[in-house]
Design a protein around this ligand. Structure first.
Ligand SMILES: *Cc1c(COP(=O)(O)O)cnc(C)c1O
Length: 354
């Protein structure tokens, strides 16, 4: 692999081990003499992949027996409407913490009333609201665990009087989660699990949809569950590479180890942001994301900003241009990013200020 330090927000860096195995599976999948790209998803070899993928999700996140996982298509964005289609009867409660949360709210409004329990929009989503009230008569409460664009992360989840649903696209498998606290968790794979093309859904098996509207089969979680996530052709290659990446997570020591590594990367980089008089963070300190670190120059200076970007490029650092809604820089540090890459960025920041 090349020596690029990949800070891309998504599709994100994956473990080199996953690529090595994926290359082999493209040539000769599980000794079949066929490529994973051309083999039947009904073959026993692929059924094994699906079983293994669901098993490793269960193991890594300690998913209780009450819950099951699905590998669906359409990205996390399709969950924005699939969730209300199934579960929004009259009204649902949403926490608005950024672009993705707002996207989920927009789609839910097509189905019924949406109560925004709190929003940090007035401050460009630079903190996570707290102490809000979740109405006890809402069908569910929806939140976003990590705000990829703004660089904030929920350090804890509220005690919800109604079923809780969470978009964990950009921090799943980066820390332990109490899965039992949620009726449904979803995550587009391409941030911290695998390549684009598959979305993980973990949901409570006995959860019943509301009865106010018919549900097309492809939007019915129960049908996907009945068919063991193979109601139609699954995105086989994306699932296989996700499995390989999760095997790497497991071999490293699981999500507890991923959390430790994320803490180490985050304290190194935030430490430098706070120390270096040239830079400042954009978010409330207690809500800072360990996955996506947003920072800007202390004083706006487009010329200096361009110079810093050039110095990063020179050092092999890729993907740190900030999202246009925040500006400045964003270093996304997903599971497979080595601490040395964070150190390389910190080194540039240090030499830059001298
Ligand atoms: C990227 C992202 C999405 C959108 O995911 P797609 O798979 O592209 O639809 C949704 N939520 C969060 C938190 C994200 O980071």
């Amino acid at each position: 692999m090349s020596k690029v330090h990949n800070f891309s927000a998504g599709p994100s860096i994956l473990a080199p081990e996953a690529f090595e195995k994926a290359i082999e599976a493209i040539r000769n999948f599980a000794g079949t003499g066929l490529s994973i790209l051309e083999v039947s998803h009904r073959s026993k070899q692929f059924e094994q992949v699906m079983d293994d993928a669901r098993a490793i999700v269960r193991e890594l996140l300690q998913v209780p027996d009450t819950h099951e996982s699905l590998f669906l298509q359409g990205g996390a964005s399709s969950q924005f409407y699939m969730i209300p289609h199934n579960y929004l009867g009259t009204k649902a409660a949403y926490l608005n913490t950024g672009v993705w949360a707002s996207g989920a709210i927009k789609e839910a409004k097509l189905y019924g009333e949406v109560i925004e329990v709190a929003s940090s929009k007035a401050q460009n989503f630079n903190y996570i609201p707290k102490n809000y009230e979740i109405p006890a008569d809402a069908d569910y409460f929806h939140c976003t665990s990590n705000n990829t664009i703004y660089g904030t992360q929920m350090r804890s989840f509220p005690k919800s009087p109604v079923p809780m649903i969470c978009d964990m696209s950009s921090d799943i498998f980066s820390r332990p989660v109490q899965v039992a606290d949620f009726d449904l968790i979803y995550a587009g794979a391409q941030k911290n699990m695998g390549p684009a093309g598959v979305t993980l859904v973990i949901f409570k098996k006995d959860k019943q949809p509301v009865s106010v509207r018919p549900i097309p089969s492809m939007l019915d979680y129960r049908i996907h569950l009945d068919k063991e996530s193979m109601y139609n052709t699954p995105p086989a290659f994306a699932i296989l590479v996700s499995l390989y990446n999760l095997i790497w997570v497991k071999e490293c020591g699981g999500v507890a180890e991923m959390e430790k590594r994320a803490n180490d990367r985050a304290s190194l980089l935030y430490g430098e942001i706070d120390r270096n008089p040239l830079f400042k963070g954009t978010c409330a300190a207690e809500d800072r994301s360990h996955m996506n670190v947003c920072f800007v120059l202390q004083d706006e200076n487009p010329e200096l900003e361009a110079k810093f970007m050039a110095a990063c490029k020179e050092a092999g650092i890729s993907g740190i241009k900030g999202h246009r809604l925040v500006g400045g820089f964003r270093a996304s540090m997903y599971n497979a990013l080595p601490l040395e890459s964070t150190q390389a960025l910190v080194n540039v920041m240090q030499t830059f200020h001298s």
